[in-house]
Ligand binder design. Structure first.
Ligand code: HPA
Length: 266
């Protein structure tokens, strides 16, 4: 990879479903298809482009994954997080992750952006952690701390930038819970997640964050609340991917604006 580009970004961005537009904003682009990168898996979800874009956002060098890998696609959890180690070896210091998520917190509205302050690694409860197995000491320690997974300074920067950009009316801060998917949650599952203290639920992000923290990257996570989860048995609402993509389309400009302004201050 280093031999194929002269760019040495310090910031990497992983774009969630329908949020790959961020990669289109990059100037001085150098684009690599995942299929052309050794050991990179390829993305199968509609709304994910499947390419790595190097370029400049607001004059700042960064590398952007347009499309991520999900555990539910059948990849093993180590494959899902492989790109994060590539970023680390490229010299990246900060990882920005975005995702689409269902709102569990009753105060959240569809279209809100949630700054992730913490997560619940539900697949980890079931033994699916990307750091299981031999620990490669070149990347990090055997037992990495996760109480500081989401960088507080970057979080403060998001809040300040959101204010400056007029996005603060729909900026929330909360706990993201990852489930393996691909099924959306049952009503009973949603109630459990609410009781556990989760504010949003999705099917990504946590594995990448674990591997990023293991190798010392600073992490910023943003969830776009694309739908409210169903918690009542008489509700006629049904979670579906079309609604998720519709909301990301509506809010993607705001999210892109937020991230690109943020990047100038990192
Ligand atoms: N559940 C899980 N993942 C999601 C959801 C949801 O409601 N919305 C977007 N991603």
């Amino acid at each position: 990879m280093l031999a194929h580009t002269e760019q040495r970004p310090k910031v990497a961005i992983i774009c969630g479903s329908g949020m790959g537009g961020l990669g289109e904003l990059l100037g001085d682009r150098n684009v690599f298809q995942y299929k052309d990168i050794p050991h990179f898996p390829t993305s199968t979800v509609p709304g994910h482009a499947g390419q790595l874009v190097f370029g400049k956002l607001q004059g700042r060098e960064c590398v952007c994954m347009q499309g991520r890998f999900h555990f539910y696609e059948g990849y093993n959890i180590h494959t899902v997080t492989y790109p994060v180690r590539v970023f680390y070896l490229l010299g990246v210091e900060t990882l920005i992750v975005t995702n689409a998520a269902g709102g569990l917190n009753g105060c959240y509205e569809v279209g809100d952006i949630m700054l992730i302050k913490d997560h619940i690694n539900m697949p980890g409860f079931a033994g699916q952690n990307p750091l299981c197995g031999h620990n490669d000491d070149r990347f990090g320690v055997r037992f990495p701390c996760m109480s500081d997974a989401y960088d507080r300074e970057l979080g403060a920067l998001v809040k300040q930038t959101a204010k400056e950009q007029g996005c603060d009316s729909f900026l929330q801060e909360g706990v993201y819970c990852m489930l393996a998917g691909p099924t959306y949650e049952t009503i009973a599952e949603c109630k459990v997640l609410q009781k556990l203290g989760a504010d949003a639920v999705g099917m990504s992000t946590v594995p990448e964050v674990l591997v990023a923290r293991h190798c010392g990257l600073r992490v910023l996570g943003l969830s776009l609340i694309t739908n409210k989860v169903v918690t009542e048995y008489d509700s006629t609402e049904r979670a579906n991917h079309e609604e998720v993509l519709k909301t990301t389309e509506r809010r993607s400009q705001d999210l892109q604006r937020l991230v690109s302004h943020l990047i100038t201050n990192i």
